[in-house]
Design a protein around this ligand. Structure first.
Ligand SMILES: [Zn+2]
Length: 166
């Protein structure tokens, strides 16, 4: 048994409450992933199956009825305090750990990843992109090396997505 989270926008949330989830819907193992990838309207859903421990998200083959929804709420993302310097320092630490001591924050977006035009690179990111912008230099990662790795890793990401019913 497993409890997972699905994030979406207001319109989709109303439809899900009434009709449940369509096949190929995504669910995350952690709430913060559901919010950042899907949107602030959150559903907690339970499944009888457990998915692979290394998977951070799952995709369902079959439709899931609204009876499986444990609760639904909106996550209020209003920030009381944003420490940009701390966020930049953490991002730089993470990037250097992953890509070596020469890795640097993206100069175009100063490591925020949130500038430039909106364009949807993946279907499941379209909700995120409706509400935010994505730096094209770094693919929204805040680091050009990370962005390049992210592009290359899309196929791997698919493999790490568990499909219930397999
Ligand atoms: Zn950037």
């Amino acid at each position: 048994m497993q409890v997972v989270w699905h994030g979406t926008n207001k319109e989709n949330a109303a439809a899900i409450l009434k009709e449940g989830f369509k096949p190929r819907s995504y669910f995350a193992a952690h709430l913060e992933d559901a919010v950042s990838m899907g949107g602030p309207y959150i559903f907690e859903v339970w499944f009888e199956e457990e998915f692979r421990a290394e998977s951070w998200q799952i995709v369902i083959r079959e439709a899931v009825p609204p009876e499986r929804i444990l609760r639904h709420y909106k996550v209020d993302r209003t920030s009381i305090f944003e420490n940009k310097d701390a966020q930049r320092a953490m991002r730089l630490h993470q990037i250097k750990g992953e890509f070596g001591p020469d890795a640097a924050l993206c100069e175009a977006c100063d490591g925020t990843g949130s500038i430039g035009p909106e364009h949807p690179p993946f279907t499941h990111w379209k909700e995120k992109l409706k509400t935010g912008k994505m730096c094209e230099e770094c693919y929204g990662t805040g680091c050009p090396e990370a962005g390049a790795a992210f592009r290359e890793g899309l196929a791997e990401e698919e493999k790490r997505t568990d499909i219930l019913g397999d």
